[in-house]
Unconditional design. Structure first.
Lengths: 244, 244, 244, 244
């Protein structure tokens, strides 16, 4: 096997020994990069700390760049890779670093968010996601329907609570849009406590909405869970059939 | 096909090309109408903004009115349509606009809420809801039973917490009715934090109620989810049988 | 049929016309009695309102007493009825009223709570509960296990958070018992917001506990839901077999 | 049977009469020990109370020590028991007491936490846990995948909300780490109310994250529940087969 073939195997075959070591190294670097990004958002960092973080960033980005260039170099169809999903992610993970150098510093801070897309590179090496994908396909229609019904329900809840609470708490339930935030935090049962009804009408309406809404919002979860066990059993069947 | 037949197909057959375009246009107008209604509730709107919103409202209502009249005109049994579920909704969606013109402005604001029923027109075009309906039929008896048990549980929880907390927090747990609000927000796990027990007895009672109650309240969701997968499998069976 | 037989049918056969009317009347009176009890807990009632509530109470209790005496009179084994579950409940529903007359008024208020047991009389007429009972029998072992595991988990969470937060918030996380209240409101995801960790250690511990605990606490619900659908399918089977 | 055999049966055979009495006694002592530990954390205990608690602790630890020594004495392979899971737990439950005597008092308080491991001794006698273990094995792969996806989701949510809210609430959403706490309390729907978005962007982002995230976080529960019913049915099958 020539250099190109061996590099290709190193980059794309985590089932071989060298490929596994490489993949694990890249994954560790992604994790390191995410941790340093997070630490970088802490207020009151010393100059030494900021410098160390900057050096770690430079080194990881250089390695990611080398990997990106190698992938293009050994690919049979370089353009296809560049415009593939992972090709774009790989570029997006390193590009902000180079672009940022020429920009205003504050802009850089927000651009850095893009670096997180690197986390999707982890996904690249994970086969198990396929089964989850299969479950989503099984429950697709119901998920769309319930997404639709949930949205309607959230909107109607927001309008209803606006109608009941706007007069009593004009500063809190300012508009239907403000009430939508209440609808979201209530029907997901998060309930921060920043907005809640105080009138009898609003409380009764909330009770009514919760009785209907909790089920609607929670059903998709049950659907995906049952679809996942279907997908698992289907897989076992496929494997059984493959044995014959 | 004559004018009446073609109009009928346009209005009622979203599976044809022209019917689909028409249905999508009406749906977009409903969405636009809902968004403008929501924006209209925002405080501190300028005169220009209020005017624009008013114009959008007038135009959409006129289109909905034209649609309503057409539906009556091309229907074989006009009276049957007028008194059908969607006939009443279609009328309810446009009527407040015309009634409002002759009333006091503040009354109009509350009447505008009825405009939201327009959202149900969206449902009209959605076939997928039938499967959800089937699931509700399957789980009907259990849903009624658990609705009943949940109501009893909420009431008993309210009385219990009133008994424990009324003396310690007379201003918050004022009566059984006020305690019912606590029972609703606690057993649905929303937990706004506007009412919570402070006595040891009340806290122990809450623990006890939650251990029993969480299951009771959450079971209907699981029932509907399993009924939905039953309905889906039943559908697949029906389709398989239809193939033979 | 003699008087005794007819009265017996009236009291115990809700499937006949007269029995149904009687059962519905008693149920309505129970509901009325619960509503008036709840209204009676409202502060600032006028003298007229208090009087009206008192009269409604006297009348409903007299009717319940008449029903109780009739049930003893027409029963084949009066003593068996008196000491049966429903016999005791029926007595408990009327007894506080008569005992209260001779006692201090404040004691009466707390004794009135017992009147709520009347709600269990509603249960008497409800057959559908049997299926729920069957589901509980199916999932019994798992429910006990998870009840046990949940209790251990709540205790360990309380000790853990006490360890992390006691120094930082000695007034809020006072002892393991106070921390137990935090564990209950957190693991049930109620989250009132009266107690929450502020230290990094406490927050990380909460994250850890939630990741493990949410599943543990929520599993019994899923178990009962699946047991209920098993019970339903079993019922259908029983009915099918009964047809042959 | 000689002394060693009889002691062995007493210690390890809860299915015999004497073994059951012994196991129940030990379990009661563990519970007593946990209750006294909890009471010991209460502030403002009198000298008499502290003394009583100390005496109960001394007596229970002495009994546990005697049990530990007996277990070593009657074991066929003493070293194997000492280094087994339960051997280490049994030692860990009594060791802090002896170590504490020679240390500073404050250190003792934190060491006492280890005493809680005694609760795991309860597990020792519980067979039912095996079925739960079986369910975990069935759903293992999915649980790892969802644990992984949940972690990614929590991190991305934290970064997103930091991006939206840091400028508006720099003191609350201080860094990505502080935002992680928000992500945990929100996606588990605990919602204490100590941190919540106030900007429109942050609220919309929360809505978006909740719609996707609730399902992801809740799916493992559904998976374990369905795996448990699989494990139960499998067990019944095993028992049926064992009958033949």
């Amino acid at each position: 096997m020539n250099f190109r073939g061996r590099t290709n195997r190193l980059l794309n075959s985590p089932e071989t020994r060298s490929g596994r070591v490489f993949a694990l190294t890249i994954q560790s670097l992604i994790l390191l990069s995410l941790v340093t990004f997070s630490i970088g958002t802490l207020p009151d960092l010393s100059v030494t700390e900021t410098k160390t973080l900057r050096w770690i960033e430079i080194i990881t980005v250089l390695i990611f760049t080398a990997e990106y260039i190698l992938r293009i170099a050994v690919s049979d169809k370089p353009l296809k890779f560049v415009f593939s999903f992972y090709g774009i992610i790989d570029l997006a993970a390193i590009l902000p670093f180079y672009i940022a150098s020429g920009f205003d510093l504050r802009v850089v801070r927000s651009f850095r968010l893009l670096r997180l897309i690197r986390i999707l590179k982890l996904v690249k090496y994970n086969k198990a996601i396929k089964r989850f994908h299969k479950a989503l396909v099984i429950a697709k229609e119901e998920l769309i329907l319930f997404g639709f019904v949930s949205t309607i329900l959230l909107y109607l809840s927001a309008v209803g609570i606006y109608y009941f609470e706007n007069k009593a708490q004009p500063e809190i339930f300012k508009s239907v849009f403000h009430s939508l935030w209440w609808a979201v935090t209530t029907l997901t049962t998060v309930g921060y406590g920043d907005m809640y009804p105080v009138t009898s009408g609003g409380k009764f309406f909330t009770f009514f909405v919760l009785m209907i809404g909790l089920g609607i919002i929670a059903i998709p979860t049950g659907l995906v869970a049952s679809a996942l066990s279907e997908a698992r059993n289907g897989n076992e069947l496929d494997e059984l059939e493959a044995d014959y």
